[in-house]
Design a binder for this molecule. Structure first.
Ligand code: NAD
Length: 337
């Protein structure tokens, strides 16, 4: 029996995480879920978006499945997602983007993994207005040699473990000569330790264009925090949209699995949300727990239901969609077929 922290999240979070839990339970894997509230739900109840009970739970279980959490834009509390990554030093954000049969997308047979540095640079929260009149603001992005080294090592080890062929480092070292330059230098040092893997690098602006025009040239992509955040949404757009993209936040002592998308307040409570991204985050979680065969079966069932296209949500079938709960039931049926 595994113990896993479950954070239902805000907006569409509770309904899509419930789908993932039902499907994982139907796969036969035994998990004791420790439910813990964070985000808006926790503010209502505990006046704190990240109550100690959540941190204690993750510290104990060392693994969590998390629904999206709302972050107020501009003012209000800081992102709980970023706080969790900092608290548990979840330095590697792994976001796979793989095409689905049955989903219209710009390119067929794409299979890209983005490895994003998750703790440094512009997400470190070092920012302020320079004067009371708020005439200017500054954000300081810190990139360290050790932070760069561990994420680049992670990307190369990941590529080797999953029999990938190539690692592309993305940077802006032509303009950000120190932060970008440091990351690029370390990437060349690490690449030299992996002669079995092809290595190259791209400047971020060119990379964005290349990913749209000719994404098949990429395999594993490793980059700094902000570029990774943006490129992973771009990659999910290439394979059919945010509703399909899972992510893993990996640290030395804990890991948190979640969808790439947010809490989608525009469709919350309407049974419209596509549960796939968080279900596939559950698949990544099962692989992390060495439950490979259940992970494989769930991924196959999800892909089969999507390929058939009859029991899928509105984002995948405008003509005759079903709701989140019916799509979940269809995946469970396919699992037990
Ligand atoms: P969003 O990802 O919530 O939504 C963007 C668009 O995609 C919306 O039109 C939404 O309806 C659609 N969408 C998202 N997920 C979907 C799904 N599963 N099925 C169908 N359609 C889906 O992005 P946003 O609107 O920019 O952010 C809303 C809130 O989520 C913000 O507070 C933001 O800070 C937060 N957020 C949280 C996380 C996280 O918890 N990791 C990630 C991103 C954004």
């Amino acid at each position: 029996m595994h113990e896993v922290t479950l954070i239902p999240g805000d907006g569409i979070g509770p309904s899509i995480t419930e789908s993932a839990v039902r499907i994982i339970e139907a796969s036969g894997v035994k998990i004791a879920w420790d439910r813990a509230e964070a985000g808006m739900a926790a503010i209502d109840k505990y006046k704190d978006p990240l109550p100690k009970a959540v941190l204690d739970s993750i510290e104990r279980t060392r693994v969590a499945l998390k629904g999206p959490l709302t972050t107020p834009v501009g003012s209000g509390f800081r992102s709980v997602n970023v706080a969790l990554r900092k608290e548990f030093d979840l330095y590697a954000n792994v976001r796979p983007a793989k095409t689905f049969e049955g989903v219209t997308s710009q390119h067929d047979d794409l299979d890209i993994v983005i490895v994003r540095e998750n703790t440094e640079e512009f997400y470190a929260g070092i920012e302020h207005y320079i004067d009371p009149q708020r005439s200017a603001a500054e954000t300081i992005g810190i990139v360290t040699r050790s932070g760069s080294h561990r994420i680049l090592k992670y990307a190369y080890e990941f590529a080797r473990k999953y029999h990938r062929k190539k690692v592309t480092t993305v940077h802006k070292a032509n303009i950000l000569k120190y932060t970008g330059g440091l990351f690029l230098d370390v990437s060349r040092e690490v690449a030299a330790e992996y002669p079995d893997l092809e290595s190259n690098d791209r400047i971020i602006d060119n990379m964005a264009m290349q990913m749209v025009m000719n994404p098949h040239q990429f395999d594993v992509i490793v980059t700094t925090n902000l570029f990774g955040d943006i490129l992973s949404d771009l990659a999910s757009g290439l394979v059919g949209g945010l509703g399909l993209a899972p992510g893993a936040n990996i640290g030395y002592t804990a890991s948190i699995f979640e969808a790439v998308h947010g809490s989608a307040p525009d469709i919350a409570g309407k049974d419209l949300a596509n549960p796939t991204a968080v279900i596939l985050a559950g698949v990544l979680l099962l692989r992390h727990l060495n439950e490979e065969s259940a992970a494989e079966r769930i991924e196959r069932a999800v892909r089969s239901v999507i390929k058939e296209g009859k029991c899928v949500t509105r984002d995948l079938n405008h003509q005759s969609p079903v709701g989140t709960s019916k799509m979940t039931a269809a995946i469970i049926d396919r699992l037990t077929d």
